[in-house]
Structure formats: structure tokens, C-alpha cells
Design a protein around this ligand. Sequence first.
Ligand code: BGC
Length: 401
Amino acid sequence: MYIQFPASFLWGASLSSYQCEGENFNSDWYLWEKENSLTLCGSATRHYYLYKTDFTLAKEIGLKAIRTSLEWSRINPEENKIEEEALLYYKDVINTLYRNNLLPVLTLNHFTLPIWFYKKGGWQKSSNIDYFLSYVRDTVSFFRDDIKYWLVINEPIIYIFQSYIRGSWPPGKRSVIIARKVFNNLKTAYIEAYKIIKDIYAEKDVYVSFAKNFRYFMSCHHYNLGQNTIIKKIRDNLFNWKFLDEVRVFIDFIGVNYYSAEYSKFKFPLGDECFQTHRYNYRNGLNWLVCPYGLYKILLELKKRYHPLPVIITENGTVDTEDGKYALYLKSHIQQIGRAIKDGVDIRGYFWWSLLDNFEWDKGFGPRFGLFFVDYRDFSRKKKQFVEVYSQICVHNRIEI
Ligand code: BGC
């Protein structure tokens, strides 16, 4: 038996500028890596020079779309300076995608900031929002005729958590008070950017949103009689819904990044008793709780809350030691997406994270999410075995169940 996907369904892969391009020396991450003696991103995958090769590979495996991002610090390397060359470079990136019949979905800001903006206090200061909006205005005007799908920011909650609660990303702060400010500033920046983009496009068709990381929260009933359910609801609301609810009037589709599930619990450590037996649940190479069923549940919830907004899965992927585990992950998640479509959720596309192995932030180059293996010694690319499974799905537009 098969689940057939809609004819216009976008099968794709995602990547981001900083994680792949290399040589982004005007970015806050470059500074952060040096100051904290972390693995240097350096040349990353050399995608900056190899994008033509990479997009040919994407086409060859049957993809129809690519989600990538613009590096703000290339376009505005200094305050009040627009680097024309950078805009022309990205124009060529986009043209290359079209030449390969790949539809571009473009993210304006995938976590990294220009150093000058970072030094002014970044997202902590509401007075800085205007700098971002100028970047949005200039860039979107420039690409107006090329791009139909914009993602203004990537995963605001993950960013706030890593940068302002856990302190493991720049600027390495741990303060709930500052985190709240950043939440509000990102929200305002997003809403204003949305309005600017809509103005620039006027009557022309455009879909604007942001990429939202969702996690499926489950409560562990083994330890108590209800407290875990309460914790689950609080976590679920803060992580999954709060930001989205506050900007819901300003989104044209929901960009879903989904990787894993999580148990909410009062007691530590969490034993295996909590490991409910949904089909396919296991821990991946990063110890994330893989739960394809959770994606289905999130998708149904999106329909319940935000119907008729369409959904695009803007990221989904894993890291593992065996090829078979990648294939299992891919198939089981796409099956759940198919099931959600059957149940009436309007899903328009699926993007695997990532096209290439790349720089996984504070974890360096260890975790390999790519469809293509990157040999960091000579930057050669090698198709991973499980890609065959994905190609079959893309080409036939259906999945076996
Ligand atoms: C981010 C990516 C990251 C991926 C895997 C997402 O949260 O958008 O930048 O590499 O997850 O951790």
C-alpha cells in the first residue's frame, strides 16, 4: 500500500549559510568560536565556492526545492553598508537553483549576526530592531522577482534558549529576564519584517513565515499522579505555541522543524520506564528521542489551532551510526506526514536537514545530518546510501506503508 502525495508537493533539503559556506569572518559566531576556543567553522563545507556542484547533486537525487539562508553579515558587513557584491553572489546562487529546477525557499536570518550588530547588544535591545528591518527591506526588494517563499528567522525559541538561558551560543548569557526581552524583540522584528515584505510585494504572490522548532512532549506517568501532565502542558506551551500564537496573524504558512520528542517529568533521573512504546521510538546518535508519531500529533494540532494555514516541513533529520537508521528515520517521518495529509492537514512540502553534512554549532563537525557525506580534508561529497530511499519517494511522489 502507498500514500500518494499531492502533485505539487515540494521535496527538498535545507541548509544554512553559516553552517555550509565557510569564511564568514564578519559573523558573531566567528568571534564566539575564537573567544571560547571552540572548533572553528573555518571553511565549513566550502559551499560558498561549491554551490554549483551541490545544487547539481540535489537535482540528480530528484529534489525539487532547496531551503537556504542569506548571511546577513555578508550583506551588511558594517553598520549602514550594503555589500552589492554579496547581493549579486546570492543572486547567482538563486539563479543556479532555478537552472537546476530547484525552487528556492530563503531564510533571512538563520541564527548568526553581523559582529557590529552583536556588539551593539544584538537582539537584547529594542533600538537595534531597525537595523534588521533595513536589512530586510534592502534584501527583499533586491530579490522580489526571484523569491516566493521567505522565512524571516529560524527557530526563535531554540535561539533564545541556547543564547540566553543555557548560554552555549553567543552571547553566552544565562538570564530569564534578558531572554524575555529577546523574545519580545524577536517577535516585534518578525512582525515588522512581515509587514515590510508584504508591502514590497504589494499585489504579487508571496508566502512569509518563520521556521518553528516543534517538540512532542509526553508525560511520564510512572512517578506520580498528575504533576508531570502539568509540567508537560507548561513546557508544551512555552516551547511550541507561545511565540506562534503571538504572531499568528502575520504568517502565511507554518514552517515546521521537527526532530524529536521529550518526556516531561518531576523526578530525575528519568528511567526507561518512561519510554512509551510508540512504534519506531528510539534514541538517535545524539541521544534525541526519535518519535515519528509525535510529528503526526503536532501536525494534527496545527490543523486544530490554525486551520486553514498550510504547513511546510522546513527541517527534519537525524544523526546516527548506521545507514539503516537514517532510512528508518526518513521513512517513518514521511509516513506520518502522509497520514496527516490523509487526515486533512494541508502540507505542501518536506525538507530534510540537511543537504550536506555541516557545522553543527557548538558541537562542531561531529554530527553528520547530510544527505551527502562531506570529507572535510578535501571537501569532496559522497552520496549516503539512504538517499536512494529518499530519491524513490521524491521521484514517485509516494511512500509505501
Ligand atoms: C537548526 C539547524 C541545526 C539543526 C540540527 C535546527 O535546530 O535550524 O541549524 O543544524 O537543527 O541540530
